[in-house]
Design a protein around this ligand. Structure first.
Ligand code: SF4
Ligand code: SF4
Length: 418
């Protein structure tokens, strides 16, 4: 019988350890590449401890080992090629029910409430698969519809059929969980900044509805949040309430919604430009109820920030980000690369200094509304430079490949060995 070793002692492992053990997959220990983790322990919520060891020691100590990959899907390709370089044969790897196939990392994870519609994925994806309207009346029906749509699409992808996703930049070959293990973990509220709640910035790449009046009656965000909180109360999943696309803190009812959610069992994640200080949000941070903050800073100097955001609020954003630092599990800082505006070393240096100071993870993106157009060669070289500098600083940069033109993506994957 093979000896089960979990490979990868990061966040995914910590989040899934309990579930795997409950399903009868219990490791003898963990293996990980990171030397700093060696001979430390991962503890399950049952207070059981699992030691983290170097791969060489595992091979020596456990001759019948099988490595179960306890890592996030997005890192599978990189980790598998690393393990192959270390001489680990294919038959010693177990993907924990995940299959190598065409698929989408968003699919089945996030139920999107997008202003008028329920969606199965973020409304910024080119396909815009909307399938139900007016959520405030029909949240329950919308969820049923969501689940059957997700099942249908995963079925298509498992058969190698792209289905309605054909042409979407998020569709990629990778390692994906099979249908039965795919669990929704987030309800994401998007595009809620209509009429009096518009965003306080005017980013040059913003194409959201936030700067436009809507002509018809819209659902009340607080009402949908309350309905969702009540609906998920009996669910076994830990659902995260997310707010994205549009500036949540610019809403007049943001405090009311945050105060409500702070009394519920859910954690939240927020995409914010970080220029508006909210005491109610700081309180949720202090309570450990903020899972993730995403901010696009896109610059490292005040001058460039103002060119992109059309407001002189760089210092406010940096000050608030510093307040957030260390208080939530994931602080994500994004750099949307814009040719001739922020693709320069001075901005990169400023941006990386801030990221190091606030201990943020870096995400590098292109303007995803311009997917049809390639970015200039020198700007692509700047992306490579920024990525490598972030890597040298151990900021674990992520290139948002799906936000790049397909040919640019191939070139970047090749140059960065992704
Ligand atoms: S591939 Fe695109 S369209 Fe299909 S589920 Fe994923 S994001 Fe949506
Ligand atoms: S901060 Fe976000 S919502 Fe506001 S203008 Fe910029 S991109 Fe648009």
């Amino acid at each position: 019988m093979s000896q089960i070793i979990f490979y990868g002692a990061g966040e995914w492992a910590q989040d899934n350890l309990e579930r795997l053990v409950n399903e009868g997959i219990e490791p003898l220990c963990f293996a990980d590449k990171d030397k700093k983790k060696h001979h430390t322990f991962i503890t399950s919520t049952m207070e059981k401890k699992y030691e983290i060891l170097p791969l060489t020691l595992i091979i020596e100590r456990y001759p019948d080992y099988t490595l179960y990959l306890t890592i996030d899907e997005k890192n599978h390709k990189k980790v598998v090629s690393y393990l192959k370089e270390q001489g680990i044969p294919d038959n010693r790897l177990n993907f924990l029910g995940r299959q190598k196939r065409i698929g989408c990392k968003q699919l089945g994870k996030t139920f999107v409430v997008d202003g008028d519609f329920f969606r199965i994925c973020c409304p910024t994806t080119p396909k815009n698969l909307k399938f139900f309207s007016f959520p405030h009346d029909n949240l329950n029906n919308g969820l049923k519809n969501y689940n059957s749509s997700v099942d249908y699409l995963i079925n298509c992808h498992e058969k190698g059929d792209l289905g309605p996703c054909e042409g979407c930049s998020n569709l990629m070959v990778g390692f994906y969980e099979c249908k039965k293990n795919t669990k929704m973990d987030t309800i994401l509220f998007c595009n809620y900044n209509w009429s009096e709640n518009i965003c306080n910035l005017k980013c040059i790449y913003c194409r959201q509805y936030c700067h436009h009046e809507r002509s018809h009656e819209r659902p009340v965000l607080k009402d949908i949040v309350v309905q969702a909180a009540e609906l998920f109360n009996n669910s076994n999943n830990d659902i995260i309430f997310g707010f994205a696309i549009g500036e949540f803190f610019a809403r007049k009812d943001a405090d009311e919604i945050l105060n409500y959610l702070s009394k519920q069992r859910y954690k939240i994640r927020v995409t914010t430009n970080a220029t508006i200080y909210k005491e109610s949000f700081m309180q949720m941070l202090e309570q450990g109820k903020v899972y993730r903050i995403n901010t696009s800073l896109d610059s490292g100097t005040k001058e460039t920030y103002e060119k992109i955001k059309k407001r002189d609020l760089f210092d406010n954003a940096v000050e608030n980000l510093s307040r957030f630092s260390g208080k939530c599990k994931q602080l994500h800082l994004k750099y949307v690369i814009i040719p001739r505006i922020n693709d320069n070393e001075k901005d990169f240096e400023g941006f990386l200094n801030i990221a190091c100071r606030i201990k943020a993870r870096i995400f590098i993106s292109a303007d995803y509304y311009e997917l049809k157009n390639r970015i200039p060669k020198d700007t692509l070289n700047s992306v490579i430079l920024l990525y490598n500098k972030a890597k040298e600083l151990r900021l674990s940069p992520i290139l948002l490949k799906e936000h790049f033109n397909f040919e640019d993506r191939l070139l970047l994957e090749h140059e960065l060995k992704l």
